[in-house]
Design a protein around this ligand. Structure first.
Ligand code: NAP
Ligand code: MG
Length: 404
């Protein structure tokens, strides 16, 4: 029996719901506990415990991430009216991810997990295209209205100190009805976003691209471009030391270049672009079960998770005693990401090496043709049969054991 790797500082562990909670326990038992002493600080974000604590546990977990800098989170239910009934909840609590993101002022980066046997829809993509989405403002905090009779629409800014009011004509409706929209963002939010992108690019040592449309929207999009340039300039020495660069491009130029790019970069997106293009990139790379995600705060906290949800239908099957074939790859990668980051921050090469071997074991399992149902139609050469949830984790555990 080899000696277990020890961590000097805690990883904040956030347990979750449904099928991913089942995966969570199996991953810890089969892939982690035998090899590494994780010094975990445990928070149960399962829906029952959030309800019992009036959701205080979510805020406690976010504060713990701020303290320890590294967390790993299982997927959780964001309750709607149906879930309130299903789980007998006091109310429809807020999304834990939104609460944690708000408290850490962080940005979510989604990164596809690449295997040689799944060919991306875009032939040139060989390395991950990571998308960072600004998750505040623009269209998502806009006011809009329908104009159904003639009249003038203006944008009015009234400074709180009573100084000169600004009035800008938006449009004068004369003989047609229509729609208008007003939206905003704040320098602080844009700066936090830019800083999180800089942190991520430095952490992964990959190029940073930001695309907007400042030729048309000179002030609004122009402000984003300016702030990005300032934040990057303040980290120029670190970029040079890491051997990475920053590029601003027009958003349409980003799109056309991305379709011919090999990947291996961070694409920072304004809110709407991130909403749309993250789904395009995810679909282009294959499956939700192969998409990892990390929340990065401007002051350098990292929270890892899978991008998918709790895989509800698989959980209902599991509870009904039926076999399941749920993909655990993204959840295992979340653990590997947290362990590697902990190792990096603590100067613990053993932990970093373990994280690499854990990822390698999982990728080798998939590449050897041993896959869960979601990947069955995607892998080439085709797999003969689908592995159950347990069989997949068991096969990865065997490969890991052999590699250590
Ligand atoms: P989901 O859990 O992402 O699953 C949607 C569908 O995608 C599944 O039914 C399954 O398709 C497929 N899928 C996703 N992950 C998979 C995996 N690991 N292995 C195999 N197939 C996978 O979304 P949902 O079922 O709509 O949502 C369930 C709950 O998750 C909701 O309560 C929602 O609030 C929550 N959620 C949480 C997070 C988070 O915590 N980060 C994110 C999103 C959603 P098939 O059924 O066709 O096999
Ligand atoms: Mg979307």
């Amino acid at each position: 029996m080899k000696e277990r790797i020890k961590l000097a500082n805690p990883i904040v562990e956030m347990d979750g719901d449904e099928m991913t909670r089942i995966l969570w326990a199996k991953i810890k038992e089969r892939l982690l506990a035998p090899y590494i002493d994780l010094a975990l600080e445990y928070y149960d974000l399962g829906i029952k415990h959030r309800d019992e604590t009036d959701d205080a546990v979510t805020a406690e977990a976010a504060r713990a991430i701020r303290r320890h800098k590294v967390g790993v989170k299982c997927a959780t239910i964001t309750p709607d009216a149906n879930r309130v009934v299903e789980y007998g909840l006091k109310k429809a609590w807020a999304s834990p991810n939104a609460t944690i993101r708000g408290m850490l002022d962080g940005t979510v980066f989604r990164k596809p997990i690449i295997v040689s046997t799944i060919k991306p829809a875009v032939r040139s993509w060989v390395e991950p295209i990571v998308i960072g989405r600004h998750a505040y403002g623009d269209l998502y905090k806009a006011v809009d209205c329908v104009v159904d009779k003639p009249g003038k629409v203006e944008l009015v800014y009234s400074p709180a100190d009573g100084s000169g009011e600004v009035r800008l004509p938006v449009f004068e409706f004369r003989d047609d009805s229509g729609v208008v929209l007003g939206m905003h963002n704040t320098d602080r939010s844009i700066r936090s976003f830019a800083l999180s992108c800089v942190r991520y690019a430095l952490s992964e040592r990959i190029e940073l691209w930001f695309g907007a449309k400042d030729t048309i929207s000179k002030r609004y999009h122009g402000r984003f471009r300016e702030i990005f340039a300032e934040v990057v300039a303040a980290h120029a020495a670190e970029f040079a030391a890491a051997g990475i660069s920053y590029r601003y491009l027009l958003i349409d130029d980003v799109i056309s270049q991305m379709m011919r790019h090999r990947g291996g970069l961070l694409w920072a997106c304004m809110n709407f672009d991130g909403d749309v293009f993250s789904d395009m990139v995810a679909a282009g790379f294959g499956s939700l079960g192969m998409m990892s995600s990390v929340l990065v705060s401007p002051d350098g906290c990292f929270e890892y998770e899978a991008a998918h949800g709790t895989v509800k239908q698989h959980y209902y099957d599991h509870m009904a005693g039926k076999p399941t074939s749920t993909n655990s790859v993204a959840t295992i990668f979340a653990w590997a990401g947290a362990i590697r980051k902990r190792g990096e921050l603590d100067g613990n090469p053993g932990a970093m090496e373990f994280a690499n071997k854990l990822e390698r074991a999982v990728l080798d399992t998939v590449e050897s043709g041993f896959v869960t149902g979601d990947l069955l139609g995607l892998v080439d050469p085709p797999a003969k049969a689908k592995a159950s949830t347990d069989e997949f984790i068991g096969a990865a555990a065997e490969k890991l054991e052999r590699s250590l």
